[in-house]
Design a protein around this ligand. Sequence first.
Ligand SMILES: Cc1cc2nc3c(=O)[nH]c(=O)nc-3n(C[C@H](O)[C@H](O)[C@H](O)COP(=O)(O)OP(=O)(O)OC[C@H]3O[C@@H](n4cnc5c(N)ncnc54)[C@H](O)[C@@H]3O)c2cc1C
Length: 544
Amino acid sequence: MKDVVIIGSGISGMACAVECARRGVHVCLVSPFPSERSQSVMAAGGINAVLPEHEPGDSVEKHIEDTLKGGCNLGGNVAVTNLCESAEEIIQYLEKIGTVFSTDDSKNLVRRAFGGQSYKRTYYCGASTGKQIVSALVMEVRRYEAAGVIQRRLWSCFHSALIKDGVCYGVVLFDEAKGQLDAVYADAIVIATGGQNGLFGKTTGSTQCDGYTAGKLFMQGVELKNLEFIQYHPTTMETSQKKMLISEAVRGEGGRLFYIEDGKRIYFMEEKYGPRGNLQTRDVVAREIDKIGKQVFLDISFLAPKEIEQKLPEVKELCKKYGDIDITKEPIPVVPSVHFFMGGFAVHLNHETNIRNLFAVGECASMYHGANRLGGNSLLAALYSGKRAAEEIIERTVVKKQPDFTKELEKENRILKEMMTGKSQFPVMYIREMLADTMQKYLGIVRDETSLEKGIEDVEYYLSIANRIQYDSSVMAYMNYSLEGILTLARATLTCAKQRKESRGAHYRRDYSDKDAQFEYATIISYANGEYKVRLDEERSYES
Ligand SMILES: Cc1cc2nc3c(=O)[nH]c(=O)nc-3n(C[C@H](O)[C@H](O)[C@H](O)COP(=O)(O)OP(=O)(O)OC[C@H]3O[C@@H](n4cnc5c(N)ncnc54)[C@H](O)[C@@H]3O)c2cc1C
């Protein structure tokens, strides 16, 4: 029987696992925590699709057009076409496995408007679309687990990959119960570890998405792409622990942004962009808020309380719970925050990386969103990419011969033991907090050459002290062990941003404020012997 190891059990990892299992491939599904705690459960607003009963004028072609335009032509025509064409089948599949979408009184699925889209095509489950999809997929995973085709391996973390001569043979996992590293061999390895929120500290996302896996694999020779494109969501609410997302659904339902000047409300987005001003893409809205430099509010209180209760119940609850705000009566104070990563592993259309048999899916893979993602497209991409990688794995001929990695494993275990008992000079959390400050400060909504150089200088310093740190053996502390990988990824991200001397989508440079046609290619970065090599993918080598 063919086997696959999938690292990460959010929506993309589970979508891949279920498809592999359905077609008879044995799956080992690895994550430090259950799927119900993955970032995917936070997805609120919905998932995009053009279904047969679409808005008059809408079509799959328009969905493709909007996605490519939102991504500033870096999304890749074939990839985006495949994604958008798959959407109808994906919604049907989700319904079949038990996802309950919101409907009107006649039981027709309802849709809402999302930023950057010319028609309403975002389908949703109240304001808990992610939770609904995760629950449905968890039930599917359990079915195959009971049949012995999926083995879930919880409380385990990715440590490194077993790669020789450009081929991946398996992974090394850190097992919390044993406090040691284990090798797991497989015919294919799929990385589904989500975004790189850990680089930025407080974001809208999960702390589980720390970026370590991308950083470590990058150090092992895997190419990364478009790291400079980081989506700042324009509307989040500041709390002590994180930035709580105020879903784009609020603007989709008519929510209006304003600030106060001389006691008067200034609806700045409508003044500048007309009646659909509040629904500009996220990069545009975030930049406009950043420019204003004073408190901005989002108002939806003009809707009937019953309508708010029906369409935005979780937003209402969240604002009450974390900000003591009643959105049926008062506006929400909002700030932009790091939210989504368009960049990640460079993958081909089949989601394989530059290393044979090593795949990447979901948010950790860079493919469909180009320079800026449209809301509602990432759940679609997570589901589509998981299935697409599974299809490739199913078709692959198996080569069972494996090189012997025993020596490498012994060495890694020895290093791990030394680290866990060594003397601490710098607390890990302190460095991670400093890194987050550096990234927020120098790689914010607006960057320039000087800020990026300062960022690189800071990260170089953190890297120089990273090996003088002590760790202990709990999973969370082990995640801190990831420091070198995280810092290397941060350094790579700043390097990509520095070389893109133009402004495009979510990458806005004060010193190069216009788009430049010579940069209309993806950025690819690789690493060897401590050197970072960046190039523009002029041959479009990852678009096939
Ligand atoms: C607040 C919020 C709201 C959102 N709303 C929407 C929306 O309405 N529509 C939309 O399309 N998108 C939305 N998104 C984006 C979307 O939810 C994500 O892009 C998508 O769910 C990512 O799924 P994933 O499977 O790639 O990753 P995740 O769901 O992030 O899963 C990652 C998995 O990897 C595991 N993992 C991490 N590190 C390791 C390691 N070292 N070893 C082993 N396992 C590891 C984690 O434990 C987890 O199981 C939202 C995002 C946020 C934060």
